[in-house]
Design a protein around this ligand. Sequence first.
Ligand SMILES: [Zn+2]
Length: 460
Amino acid sequence: MPFTDSQLSWPRRKLRPAVREMCRTPLDSTEASSRGQPMATSRCRNYNGVEAVDGPPAATTPERSRNTSGRPRQGFSVSRRRLEAPGGTCCNGKIHGQGSGMTKYKTTLLAAAGVTAIALVALRAGEPVVKPPDARPSPRAAKSQTDRAMTYSKSGYSITPLSAERIDGLATSLTPDERRVLLDSGTERAGCGTLLDNKEEGTYVCRLCGLPLFSSAAKFKSGTGWPSFFQPFDPVHIHNKRDLGHGMVRVETQCARCRSHLGHVFDDGPDPTGLRYCMNSAALRFFAKGVELPSESRPIPTETAYFAGGCFWGLEDRLQQVPGVISAVSGFMGGKNDKTSYKEVCSGTSGHAETVRVTFDPKQAPYRKLLEWFFKFHDPTQLNRQGPDVGTQYRSAIFVDDDEQLKLAAGYVEELQRTDRFRDRKIVTQLEKAGVFCEAEEYHQDYHEKHGGSCALPTE
Ligand SMILES: [Zn+2]
């Protein structure tokens, strides 16, 4: 039975657009009849006497309560990035980049449009197009290129898709049953899985590639005969895919890293998400709490950096797009007290600067590379302001975590000061020892991603 609009309002909104469309479209008669072939996977009648494929739709289990709390539901894989709109509203509703900065920005856009037009003409004429040497590096383009090479979840795991060769290699360790479930989208018999009644504390990882998929804290007794969870370990560790098998429209779940079949997700789970991840035991491997996880199930080694460069909405958005950055979080640092709030910071009495905490993979994004991006994302010559945002909370500062970062940051500022860009302008960026980072209120996090818009970059 397909999900109705009300049943899937939140999950569908969060699903990738293509999958969203899949869920909205009911099966037509042609599609349904084409799916009328005998089921290739295991079926049984030992779940309340009802013939079932893994996770029967809610309509066949009326005894199950639906989530009617109206709370947001979490857990679907979300594409982090959105389309970029240059310029935009930011910081107390002000428009970034007005005045001379905006004029220069518009000039840059016009120049870019001109280059594009020339390129199109050249293409039509069959002539080679040479990239202009002064084209500004785009963090989004760089991220896009790196995404193909290395992708991370916010919880610090590599979710870079594995190659077919790597998957073939890993698959040699699978039993025939595991292979049928993981690689051939099979379903184990209800009530037969080895992890169904497991009540130990620990982590459930992908049987094939080891990516953590669920925590025991999210496991619940669903009564369906399959291990059930109300939320994944990390939303982006699960890939959702429309499944039209067996005359139903369902959402199949796959491991985001190796794309193995795991089970399905339904919207009749308990609070707080209202979701039920119906899994095959054969697709999972359990590690009890305290047992050392294999390397493929551990987060990658990361480092932390702190940058302040005006409004944290824009800086966070930009830094999040830098290749090798795992997460960027908006907050405050450099103030008198260890705790503060946006309201207090805005009053100008706390001494904090709007700061972005960056967790990064030093192998992909060395600290020096982050420094380079940071100085492209703001104007370090403006004292206690960035464009229309005025006050010490908008000061340019680098909060260093250790002596190595201090050495690199000081050296880079010195190097930058000697360049033509800053020949007649003094860099006023403060270098301070990192103190307590106060995470900003939730509504400040991923602000541009949630609401659109972006901050204009300073011209070079
Ligand atoms: Zn996997």
